[in-house]
Unconditional design. Structure first.
Lengths: 481, 465
């Protein structure tokens, strides 16, 4: 007798939560006076405290607490009146004290949200040092030598943990972008994923659609771009789906995603999970924010991207997508808002010109590196809207303003780009009609597209200063078509 | 230099220096010679010459676990052999700024874990009253040096009794201040929530002077507060109206000779106008149990940094695990390993609440016991140690018997309160210590009471030459 196993044809849905580590942009490290650095010579920003010398003690960086409070407030978190630090114990050469000072059962902030995603907790901790392994696999075991650069050790970190509120890799990446834009806007971190000032881990599980219990989750470590985050999560969802559909069980483990090969490898199985033996850090007093500290943090919060997008959409009547783009790239948002201030009634045109023409010209270049002024830009857009110059003339002026700056009217004048005067245009149109009798014939014979030849001639003659629509109207009027 | 200096307290020597009758350099050199000639094992390092600026106070012997820039500082552990810190502990710097130079580094139990100084990685210390006996610990070298006249005064640390118990066994004064009175920055940590630096001296006035210079809020130690207000030098000669609560006189292990000396001191209190009544500290009997969970738990983390990566000796065959295991195997002594294992176990998932959690509750109860006691009396007094100095080797095979040596001294650090031990007499020819504990930051009051009793007792130190 043969046993026929029914194929698992159920549909699965992913459940995703994100853990984010953000290096704060403070002047000094979390618990000592060493300057923060990136790319400096190894072990040049170290002291007895961050090297874990005998007898040294940590002292909490007040600026780091300030930034962490800002972050917790930006997510509408509840702020703990007395949060405490714990010691998280494990041996590794990048951890000079043999424990990491972190927050555990009472984090600084909890129960917040960013957009629709709930934030479980926001807590403070210190970064580990950087290990470089040579020989072998690039991992510590099997390496010929390993060296440690303690410059990074002790850099202030804020860890942000979401609830498992995301249901696709694309959503996770989108959330990551909003988070990055928000933190960047606040100026609390460089949020550079390649340099590691923004690091994302994803907790991924899947479950049959319509069920409420969570499946076994795996943790994907340290993906250093939003693209890899998205691909890694998708790969993991597929892997888990394959296991379940094959009748297997997902095992709880920590995985590494290799973007080059697209493969997932196990870093740590459940059995290898550490017992960190957390206990309250006796060397530090609790973080008890005073009213003054809370007020200072609240006052330091700028308008954040999510709110700005809503406001731009509402007040400037911009399409949602445009508003979001301007809010996420805050230097563009600032530019548009300044431009709009100097000239009323062209907000949508200004926004369109920024997101289309300007964006195309800038590519990766920073807006701040050009000589373009917001007021000049508004004036330029105004000239086009008022049909003082043609759109193509406007583009030419924009090229000049980006490189040399200056006043658009003066550029129009200097380059002779002003719209042709109507008297002048009339005679040019008349001449073009006279020069293209064949085309006139065809139009009269019911082939209106033949007008292109006459319009083209006018445009050539005016060097693009004439408005195409206007020219067409004049031609039709004259030949009675 | 004549041995006249030997007969003087540190305060008296300082007065001679100030009056221009002696130069600080002469005083330093005299004590340097005494320290270098020490035969008890008190020192692990002695200054090799008189510093350019010899200061204005007699030099101070410093327990090895205080970091002193460029000076060997090993906490008497082989794992720090050859380690010379790149910085100086705040407490030591405070003394240097006050004019006291470092005379030498004194022997101790490794990482302050012990009550007999027999756990030192560099050999034991002998008690100057009887060289077959222990000086107590963990600050055994500091206590022996002061008692034997190889140091004018010294500092040590007290986690569960490590200043008071050796002071008691060596017949000198030792004080553990309120937690937070003195900065811990630069003190090689044993148990961070308990460790506190304090003086070991010939008399109470010297202790007050050292404490005055040691104490203070330190920006490098967030748990430091300093002692609020002035710390006047003790002057009291009477105890009129001062209420003393006595505790622990019915304990089984209390030696009769020790009880006699303590009872005689209680009688003196009444002669001096004070009152004595029995006081209950119902949870104090669990102090040792709680202490031997909390202190090892903190130590298990504090000692994780000794991994052979950044400083100290390194052994192993090059593999990471072997580097850790071999370095720590070779570097740590048995008692240190025992406590790391106890502490690691107590913090482990599934055991944390039962051990660490329960111990913290006991700690809170002990603090409440003291708070209740201080509603009735000004000070709580007791023997400092149940016994006089015991024989070298007597308890090394029995860790539990050794742990009980701290029975009377452990409750105070658990409650964070200050206490002093002063010599109050002899039993079997060996000194007995009398302990006075008070509420947090009552150092001035404790010193005054101790001063009055000291005058009345007139204890003579060990005859030294």
């Amino acid at each position: 007798m043969t046993v026929v196993t029914e194929p698992d044809v159920r549909a699965y849905e992913p459940v995703i939560g994100i853990e984010i580590h953000v290096q704060l942009r403070t002047r000094t490290k979390m618990f000592c006076g060493c300057a923060l650095s990136f790319g400096d010579d190894p072990n040049t920003h170290v002291c007895p405290v961050c090297l874990g010398h005998p007898g040294t003690l940590p002292v909490t960086n007040a600026e780091a607490v300030h930034f962490a409070l800002m972050i917790a407030m930006a997510f509408d978190c509840e702020i703990a009146p007395r949060s405490i630090f714990h010691r998280k114990n494990y041996f590794y050469p990048d951890l000079p004290k043999g424990y990491q000072i972190s927050q555990y059962d009472i984090p600084l902030g909890s129960h917040g949200h960013l957009g629709d995603v709930r934030i479980h907790r926001v807590h403070m901790e210190e970064d580990a040092a950087k290990l470089i392994h040579s020989g072998g696999s690039g991992r510590i075991h099997g390496a010929e030598t390993s060296v440690v650069d303690f410059n990074r050790g002790g850099t202030p970190l804020v860890e942000i943990v979401t609830e498992p509120d995301l249901s696709s890799a694309a959503q996770a990446a989108e959330f990551g972008r909003l988070l990055q834009a928000t933190l960047r806007r606040m100026g609390v971190s460089d949020v550079n994923m390649e340099e590691g000032s923004l690091r994302m881990d994803a907790n991924v599980s899947i479950r049959p659609v319509g069920t409420a219990t969570l499946g076994t989750k795996t943790e994907l470590k340290n993906m250093n771009s939003f693209r890899f985050l998205e691909r890694g999560i998708d790969a993991e969802i597929e892997r888990q789906r394959g296991i379940l559909q094959g009748g297997g069980e997902v095992e709880q483990e920590t995985l590494h995603y290799d973007p080059q090969s697209g493969s997932l490898t196990t870093l740590r199985s459940k059995e290898e999970a550490h017992d960190y033996r957390y206990f309250p850090e006796p060397d530090l007093v609790p973080v008890a924010p005073t009213d003054e500290m809370l007020t200072r943090a609240r006052d330091a919060l700028p308008e954040l991207p999510a709110a700005r997008a809503e406001r731009l959409e509402r007040d400037l009547e911009l399409p949602a997508e445009t508003a979001r783009l301007l809010a996420f790239r805050s230097e563009w948002g600032d530019f548009v808002e300044q431009a709009v201030q100097s000239r009323n009634g062209v907000a949508q045109n200004v926004a369109n010109w920024v997101t289309n023409e300007l964006a195309a010209r800038l590519g990766d270049r920073e807006l701040g590196s050009t000589r373009l002024e917001p007021a000049a830009f508004a004036e330029l857009v105004g000239l086009v809207v008022d049909k003082k110059i043609s759109a193509s003339a406007g583009r030419e002026v924009l090229d000049v303003l980006i490189e040399d700056g200056g006043d658009p009217a003066a550029v129009v004048e200097a380059k002779g780009l002003g719209r042709a005067e109507s008297g002048e245009l009339e005679s040019i149109v008349d001449r073009a009609i006279a020069d293209n009798p064949d085309a006139v014939e065809k139009i009269r014979a019911g082939k209106p597209q033949a007008i292109g030849a006459i319009v083209g001639a006018v445009m050539r003659e005016t060097k693009g200063r004439a408005d195409g629509g206007e020219v067409q109207r004049m031609i039709n009027e004259r030949i009675g078509a | 230099m004549s041995d006249e200096l030997l007969t003087l307290t540190a305060a008296a020597q300082a007065a001679r220096i100030e009056a221009g009758e002696l130069s600080a350099a002469e005083v330093f050199e005299y004590w340097r010679g005494r320290a270098a000639a020490d035969e008890l094992g008190s020192y692990l390092w002695v200054a090799d010459g008189v510093p350019e600026d010899a200061g204005s106070l007699p030099p101070v012997a410093v327990k090895d676990l205080f970091c002193v820039r460029g000076v060997p500082s090993t906490a008497a552990s082989r794992i720090l052999e050859g380690y010379r810190p790149p910085y100086t502990a705040t407490s030591v710097r405070n003394l240097e700024e006050a004019g006291a130079r470092v005379l030498g580094k004194t022997n101790q139990d490794e990482f302050a874990m012990g009550s007999s100084n027999e756990n030192s990685g560099y050999g034991p210390v002998q008690n100057p009253w009887d060289r077959t006996r222990v000086p107590g610990g963990s600050s055994g070298g500091s206590a022996a040096a002061v008692a034997a006249g190889t140091a004018p005064w010294a500092i040590g640390t007290d986690t569960g009794g490590s200043i008071r118990q050796p002071a008691s066994l060596c017949g000198i004064v030792g004080m553990k201040p309120t937690y937070g009175a003195v900065s811990r920055y630069g003190m090689i940590a044993f148990a961070s929530s308990l460790d506190q630096c304090g003086p070991l001296t010939r008399d109470v006035t010297d202790a007050a002077i050292l404490l005055r210079h040691l104490q203070g809020k330190d920006p490098c130690d967030s748990t430091s507060l300093g002692i609020p207000g002035e710390l006047p030098l003790p002057t009291a000669e009477r105890l009129d109206g001062v209420r003393f609560g006595v505790w622990g006189m019915e304990e089984e292990g209390l030696q009769p000779g020790v009880a006699d000396a303590v009872n005689a001191t209680l009688a003196r209190i009444e002669e001096l106008g004070g009152t004595v009544e029995p006081i209950e500290l119902p949870t104090a009997k669990h102090g040792i149990a709680a202490y031997y969970v909390i202190a090892p738990a903190e130590a298990s983390a504090n000692l994780a940094r000794y991994d052979g990566v950044r400083f100290g000796p390194r052994t192993g065959d090059g593999d990471l695990t072997s580097l850790y295991e071999q370095t720590r195997h070779d570097g740590f002594g048995d008692e240190v390993k025992r406590r790391i294992m106890i502490g690691t176990y107590a913090l482990s998932s599934g055991y944390y609440e039962a051990y660490y959690g329960t111990a913290q509750k006991i700690r809170t109860k002990i603090a409440q016991d003291f708070a209740l006691a201080f509603e009735k009396v000004d000070f709580v007094v007791s023997p400092t140690s149940a016994t006089v100095a015991f024989e070298l080797g007597e308890r090394t095979a029995d860790p539990l018997a050794m742990y009980l040596a701290d029975y009377y001294t452990v409750p105070m650090p658990l409650a964070g309160i200050p206490a002093i031990s002063i010599p109050c007499g002899l039993s079997e020819g060996l000194p007995v210590g009398f302990q006075i504990a008070g509420p947090a930051f009552s150092e001035a009051g404790i010193l005054d009471a101790a001063h009055a009793l000291e005058k009345s007792i007139g204890f003579e130190g060990v005859p030294v030459a």
